[in-house]
Write a protein that binds this ligand. Structure first.
Ligand code: LLP
Length: 423
């Protein structure tokens, strides 16, 4: 079994990452394909593993998923286009389009391609039915509660915009019936970072919805949200336990309906988080009174999670000369990026308070590696401060393949023109 690049104790990928850092002379993402395959293998008990591509949407990652038999969840025309480019088929079960609303382009495209839609509102159902009676749909149900690693990733309950409120399931079924839409299944995704307590609760809610609504369906989806460890103390959620609870729910539903029911799971983070690192170069160190800062060339425009949720990412030092970082004395330091914004600090808590980290002392030219950034890393990057998107590299069986080159400033500027409009 390969040693994950998320393990700072190993030097397995260090030589390769160092060579890449010297090649790029700027920050980049790297993913270990083998870790993705290992994570997929842990979920093979589910009938369908559907990758939530919002977590890492590079078409080459999607291609890897497809080759492993993993289906895909798309949430926008952009993601749909990526899925098609990776070889997924629009009709059938390959792609499910899950959205909170259908914008006009999205609606036109799912109808044109006949892509199955996971609907999050009754308006969505009506809009789809008006253009495409007979369309295959899922119903995303908000069971009235949710849970996430942060309030911002909790997707259930009254304060969440996601899904169809569970008490309105009969209304949604009536629209489906009237319009002749084809119901594939019920879907519940209550948030990112689901714990064991909420897991049982959501399984029970799914059973209750099916049993009390009188609907017939082919499949249920457990959504995503499986947590992965970001610190050495945290444990990965037990996939076997996850499966067994959902399988019991599926069996109760199947017994009630009198036929087999397919069980889907829709993870993003679980499949890719641990596969990825962000490599950045130390470009400065300084003291501000009693505070020590290490300044790196990646910012929250690249890795948004610490600034957005106060998320913790393990940071390790990769000395420029290839030496072992454990030989360096410790340094309590705040790690910050290049953006002109105070929140551009990677070592911060959810409220925005900064928190120094014990790291081996670094100097200009060394590299800091941000671990477990394969999910919601590159896919949440932006062009803030007019900084181009950085490269992505896939490491597979000793080979390094660039799967996205660095964006150029010219590409950013190319969108801007002075086009007179007749409005
Ligand atoms: N299915 C649906 C309908 C979703 O909305 C999501 C995530 C997933 C599946 C996959 O969830 P996962 O298994 O990755 O937890 N940017 C945040 C996470 C936001 C997730 C949004 N929806 C983060 O960096 O933690």
């Amino acid at each position: 079994m390969p040693t994950p690049i998320t393990d700072p104790a190993t030097a397995l990928h260090q030589t390769q990452l160092l060579a890449l850092a010297q090649h790029y002379q700027g920050p980049f993402w790297a993913y270990d394909a083998q870790i993705i395959r290992q994570q997929i293998a842990k979920l093979r008990q589910f009938d369908v593993i559907r990758f939530a591509q919002k977590s890492c949407s590079n078409t080459h990652i999607l291609r890897l998923m497809r080759e492993e038999g993993v289906k895909v969840d798309s949430v926008s025309v952009g993601e749909l286009t990526r899925a098609l480019q990776a070889g997924y088929q629009p009709q059938g079960n390959d792609i499910v389009f899950t959205a909170d609303l259908l914008d006009r382009e999205g609606l036109a495209r799912v109808v044109e391609l006949n892509v199955t839609v996971n609907t999050g509102s009754i308006d969505m159902l009506k809009q789809l039915a008006a253009l495409s009676p007979g369309h295959r749909v899922w119903l995303r149900i908000n069971p009235g509660f949710g849970h996430g690693h942060s309030q911002k990733t909790n997707t259930g309950g009254e304060n969440s915009k996601h899904g169809i409120w569970y008490q309105q399931l009969p209304d949604a079924l009536a629209v489906i019936h009237q319009a002749g839409l084809q119901l594939e299944g019920l879907h519940m995704h209550i948030g990112s970072g689901v714990d064991y307590q909420h897991l049982q609760q959501v399984c029970d809610a799914m059973v209750e919805q099916v049993l009390t609504s009188g609907c017939d369906l082919q499949a249920i989806s457990a959504g995503g949200g499986l947590s992965t460890p970001y610190t050495f103390e945290e444990q990965e959620i037990d996939p076997a336990h996850y499966f067994s609870l959902w399988d019991q729910a599926r069996q109760r539903i199947a017994a009630h309906l009198g036929h087999r029911v397919t069980l889907e799971i829709e993870p993003g983070r679980f499949l890719v988080a641990q596969s990825g690192v962000l490599v950045s170069e130390v470009r400065g160190t300084k003291w501000m009174g009693n505070r020590h800062f290490t300044l790196v060339d990646a910012g929250f425009s690249d890795l948004m999670r610490p600034a957005m949720y106060g998320s913790y990412h393990h940071i390790s030092l990769m000395p420029a000369d290839g030496s072992d970082a454990s030989g360096r004395p410790p340094q309590q330091t705040l790690v910050a990026g290049p953006l002109c914004e105070s929140g551009d600090v990677f070592t911060q808590l959810a409220g925005g308070e900064v928190e120094p980290r014990d790291l081996p002392q670094s100097q200009v030219g060394d590299y800091l590696v941000f671990h477990d950034t394969g999910a919601y890393g590159a896919s949440m990057s932006s062009n803030y401060n007019s900084r181009p998107l950085i490269p992505e590299v896939l490491l597979d069986q000793g080979r390094a393949i660039e799967i996205r080159r660095r964006q150029t400033v010219d590409e950013l500027l190319a969108l801007e023109h002075a086009q007179p409009l007749n409005c």
